[in-house]
Design a protein. Structure first.
Length: 384
């Protein structure tokens, strides 16, 4: 029995089976259409909510299926094996809901968590800025205090589900600035189509079509005092409080994309005949398959080691960085070599391999590049 399988509880297997059914019944029939239209798959998100897959990490009572972080990674890996875009959409939504669950008032939880768990409302976290990255001392988005709340102004880049979300967690610096902090805080802002002063410009990428992100602009957006999440000065803690989970989740998405490409390559190697025998009988193809298997197995081990540690309450940044690094780089390695197994056919757009290949590329860039992960691993290992 595989080590990962042996560590699963009955609850984990229930989550995995629910994810498998969701993929078969909902994602697989829509994956190519999402790719072709590049439209945000709100119906798929709603279906995920109906099956309990959006509330896995939320407190009991939100949705009909709760789990730990290991269960979440099992689900997102399986979804990514069919559609990286759907998996990344769910990932962005999940890590917008978690801060509300952890830091929200009872009124905020009541207002947002149930519809987010059910798929009726979509969430987005907006931290990164065009010129400041995510440095709290350099953020230029500001929230000016008013008599009844705040006035939000600034620009945000990236942010999964930005623009199409029903609630945006916007990280900004409060003015006047507190003496003991940069005043970095998080504000809950509704969708762009119902918020005066909030404009969104979608950016298209080479992969992850259907996954929506882009540039958000806020011009004197009125935010009621009740829509401050947590307290003034808690913003960076809120935004970065799930970073180990988010990076491990990206690793799981990478493992899932790699798994989808690997399975397709193995099937093809057994079915496709060349020179009177299946191409899988040629040693050159066998080497490709062995290398893909090794990379994918190592990545899954890294991802689930980190996920298990997080679920056990003993997560570690080094483990999460290793999971993200291994998963994202395995996705690129496996998708590239799966195309080699297919030969020229792997480059065709009517087969899913080129979609897997394009989707995999972004994973080593978002959530901290591979270079940042290597630096983090090295510094923690060397105790620098």
């Amino acid at each position: 029995m595989h080590l990962i399988e042996a560590a699963l509880s009955e609850s984990h297997r229930t989550v995995r089976d629910r994810a498998d059914a969701f993929v078969e019944e909902v994602v697989a029939p829509r994956a190519e259409e999402i790719e072709e239209t590049d439209e945000f798959p709100r119906d798929v998100v709603e279906a995920a909510g109906e099956r309990g897959l959006l509330g896995l990490l939320l407190p009991d009572g939100y949705g009909d299926l709760s789990s730990d972080f290991l269960g979440y990674c099992l689900a997102v890996e399986r979804i990514a094996a069919e559609s990286g875009a759907v998996a990344e959409t769910i990932q962005g939504h999940t890590f917008a809901a978690l801060p509300i669950a952890r830091f929200g008032t009872e009124e905020q939880k009541e207002r947002y968590l149930e519809p987010m768990a059910n798929g009726e409302a979509v969430g987005a976290m907006l931290l990164t800025e065009p010129g400041a990255g995510s440095s709290p001392s350099e953020l230029e988005t500001v929230a000016e205090a008013t008599d009844d709340g705040y006035r939000l102004s600034g620009e945000k880049a990236f942010g999964t589900n930005a623009g199409v979300a029903d609630v945006h967690l916007v990280v900004a610096r409060k003015r006047p600035q507190p003496d003991d902090s940069h005043g970095v805080s998080v504000f809950l802002v509704p969708g762009a189509d119902e918020t005066d002063g909030f404009a969104f410009d979608r950016v298209e990428y080479m992969g992850m079509r259907g996954h929506v992100t882009g540039d958000s602009t806020f011009e004197d957006v009125a935010v009621p005092a009740d829509d401050l999440l947590g307290s003034v000065g808690q913003g960076f803690r809120i935004a970065m409080g799930t970073i180990d989970m988010a990076r491990t989740g990206i690793g799981a998405i990478g493992a899932g994309i790699g798994r989808g490409a690997f399975d397709a390559a193995v099937d093809y190697a057994g079915d496709r005949e060349q020179g009177g025998q299946p191409v899988g009988e040629y040693q050159a193809v066998q080497v490709l398959v062995a290398d893909m298997y090794q990379q994918l197995s190592a990545a899954r081990h890294a991802v689930y080691s980190s996920a298990y540690a997080i679920a056990d309450g003993d997560g570690e940044t080094r483990l999460s960085s290793a999971a993200k690094l291994a998963g994202s780089e395995a996705a690129e390695f496996v998708t590239r070599n799966a195309m080699q197994v297919y030969g020229g056919k792997g480059y065709r757009t009517d087969l899913p391999l080129e979609r897997y290949y394009r989707d995999a590329r972004i994973l080593s860039l978002i959530g901290g590049t591979s270079e940042i992960q290597r630096t983090t691993i090295a510094r923690q290992t060397l105790d620098l």
